[in-house]
Ligand binder design. Structure first.
Ligand code: MSK
Length: 678
């Protein structure tokens, strides 16, 4: 056997590696993945090559709800002809199995958001009671705005004169009422009435207004137990209750209470991508979803004593940046830099200059502990709900009662690790500037003029056709699709067609890295109508609204659009659609379903675990539209996603009688000149 043959045999046995240029469109990612492979450090991209997804799980038809299975009911290669005779041991149909699996994803996703928000509500209440000295009631205007939704009066009449109540008194009542929403067993969640009246009435008629948050999630877990709910339509009805409890209660209250504690986001500049790291500085990354700790880390990292301490270790300074949605939280409120989105978490460590990754909850890959071992990075877990089993991972539990002291201790641990760097760091140059922080309030003030916020000008521009419609493009990265590519291709197609995009989560970060979050990008990427609006107002064509939990801001903004008039009476009347092109987490399924139940046409990319159950899929993809005005869809190709979103928006414009207005705007100067010359 020749040396060449031996090498070929060895190569065959070596684990297969991802081709960096084939798995991402982001330059920094490609660069760092190449370095990881050269350093012998395996990442999710490589594992996605060697491990293929389970075909039956992907179809949603594997049942492991009891010990008689798992029962696997894959769709026959030719599809189902005639009667579908597939059954689990107990007789469960593919529909029952897929619906139960889907419902459990809704439950898990809703639980994740809602448990995050419950933690925020507890800290909010502690701050209001002055039991958590490092937190204050910062945004009093927002507190006064939300208090009436909780039935909390903001004024009191004293000696015949109406005066404002003490802010902390109001905050205690808001905090107590909010916290009670999780355990509530009867009645309705309070925020349901924030939806347009027509939507609320529809939910009431359908019997899907959530009673409370926790009880709707528990209900899903019960009814999907072996031998319980065996009617996929009935299971999906409960999904609506739990998902609405997430979108219109758990997530929405979480966003609101965070805004009151830390400030409502308004447009602010930031920078994104791995190029924000500095090789000669201590680099600290926060990662996860909850801002309770990261807000304190921001303060700790700006403390002159901490910066001096970093210098005493030989560093030139201290950089704090973020990953995933914790990054979004400190970005939209403080303009702190973002190192990258979900699929870049391992690669940030590969730069060799990250001294600590401080994690809270959600979207943290277990493999960061292994990658950290290739370099010198300390992984520090901080939440008892999210620990990592690895000897090298430190756990420093965060307690809101001494929040800043904990944050300083954690940052000091990161600084102490600076001298332990193993190799020469390599930081990609790639980074982009962006304008972020478009809360529903900020959109109103930005578009409505400087004196009084209003959505009327936005509606006017939709009615006159400059803006064709609105798309919410949100969600994750997914190692099964080319990193950032599907989101960006879709969004560029939408902008070209004058559709303004609202974004959150990792999709928002993809936009930032591609330069779509700068006002200047409007003239490069948008059709003439949208470009004109963006240039006049000075906004980017893609509005970064925050983290995953902030998808509730999209619901609030859409409700404001309905209230501003001229575009129908319900969310389902709007020329609008939603999409999660690269989704991967259960939270995305919960979000998708609360958008559908709120009347929004919602497309998911990649795969959806429902395709093995044709009748269930038909229910989600067709029948729900007759019930809620919104429905699910699954599309892999981003151009086809754009085509369907545009078709849907045009259908809604036609129903509103706006199709003529749009034709007028498309007739621009050049078109008119052509007509005159003919
Ligand atoms: S972080 S849930 S990968 S958006 Fe919110 Fe990104 Fe999806 Fe996590």
């Amino acid at each position: 056997m020749s040396a060449e043959d031996i090498q070929t045999k060895l190569d065959d046995k070596a684990p297969k590696k991802a081709d960096p240029k084939a798995v991402s469109v982001d330059v920094a990612t490609i660069q760092m993945l190449t370095k990881a492979q050269a350093d012998g450090c395996e990442t999710i991209f490589d594992r996605a090559v060697t491990m293929k997804p389970c075909n039956i799980g992907e179809q949603g038809t594997c049942c492991k709800m009891c010990a008689q299975g798992p029962c696997r009911l894959p769709l026959p290669k030719k599809g189902v002809e005639g009667m579908d005779t597939r059954r689990g041991l107990c007789g469960a149909t593919p529909e029952t199995i897929a619906a139960r699996n889907f419902a459990r994803m809704v439950a898990a996703g809703s639980a994740a958001h809602s448990d995050h928000s419950k933690g925020v509500a507890k800290v909010f209440l502690a701050a209001a009671r002055k039991e958590a000295p490092d937190y204050q009631i910062k945004d009093t205007e927002k507190l006064l705005e939300i208090a009436p939704h909780f039935g909390v009066p903001t004024t009191v009449v004293k000696d015949g004169v109406e005066t404002q109540r003490d802010i902390y008194e109001i905050a205690v009542e808001v905090g107590e009422t909010a916290l009670a929403q999780w355990g509530q067993q009867e009645g309705e969640i309070l925020y349901a009435k924030r939806a347009p009246e027509a939507r609320y009435e529809l939910w009431k008629k359908l019997g899907v207004v959530p009673k409370g948050i926790d009880c709707e999630i528990v209900n899903i877990m019960h009814r999907t137990h072996m031998g319980c709910d065996q009617d996929y339509k009935n299971i999906i009805k409960q999904c609506s209750r739990a998902a609405l409890a997430d979108g219109w209660a758990g997530s929405m209250m979480g966003t609101d209470l965070q805004d009151v504690l830390f400030g409502t986001p308004y447009p602010i500049q930031g920078e994104i991508n791995l190029g924000v790291l500095k090789p000669d500085h201590v680099n600290v990354l926060v990662h996860g979803h909850e801002p309770l700790l990261s807000e304190m880390i921001v303060i700790a990292c700006q403390d002159p004593e901490m910066i001096e301490y970093a210098k005493s270790k030989g560093a030139k300074g201290l950089v704090l940046a973020g990953l995933c949605c914790t990054a979004n939280e400190i970005l939209v409120r403080h303009g702190m830099p973002v190192a990258g989105n979900y699929l870049q978490q391992e690669l940030a460590i590969v730069t060799g200059c990250v001294d600590a990754v401080i994690v809270d909850v959600q979207c943290i890959m277990e493999n960061i502990a292994n990658v950290a071992q290739c370099y010198h990075t300390k992984i520090i877990t901080t939440d008892p709900r999210a620990m990592i089993e690895s000897g090298d991972v430190m756990h420093i539990e965060f307690d809101e009662h001494h929040a800043l002291a904990d944050a300083k201790r954690i940052v000091k641990t990161a600084i102490d690790n600076y001298p332990n760097r193993k190799s020469e760091p390599m930081v990609p140059k790639a980074k982009e500037k962006m304008v972020v922080g478009f809360s529903a309030e900020a959109i109103s003030y930005h578009l409505g003029g400087s004196f009084r916020g209003s959505y009327v000008p936005l509606n006017d521009n939709i009615i006159n056709g400059r803006i064709r419609g609105i798309a919410g493009v949100v969600g994750c990265n997914n190692a099964r699709s080319v990193h950032d590519s599907v989101s960006l291709t879709l969004i560029k197609e939408l902008l070209k067609n004058d559709i303004i995009v609202l974004t959150t989560g990792c999709s928002a970060m993809a936009c930032g890295k591609a330069g779509l979050l700068s006002p200047e990008s409007a003239k490069v990427f948008c059709g003439p109508g949208l470009a004109e609006v963006c240039e006049t107002v000075g906004i980017p064509p893609v509005l970064h609204m925050g983290a995953c939990v902030d998808n509730s801001r999209i619901l609030v903004a859409a409700t404001e659009v309905v209230k501003a008039g001229g575009l129908g009476k319900d969310l389902s009347d709007l020329p609008a659609a939603g999409c999660a092109p690269e989704w991967m987490s259960e939270k995305a399924i919960a979000i998708g379903h609360y958008f559908v139940a709120s009347g929004v046409y919602t497309i998911f990319g990649g795969s959806l675990p429902v395709t093995g159950a044709p009748r269930f899929m038909k229910h989600l993809f067709e029948e729900l539209e007759d019930i809620y005005g919104g429905k699910w869809d699954l599309v892999v190709d981003p151009y086809e996603m754009a085509r369907r979103i545009i078709a849907h928006i045009d259908k809604k414009r036609k129903a509103l009688g706006l199709d003529k207005a749009r034709e007028r705007v498309l007739m621009d100067m050049a078109d008119r000149q052509k007509l005159e010359a003919a």
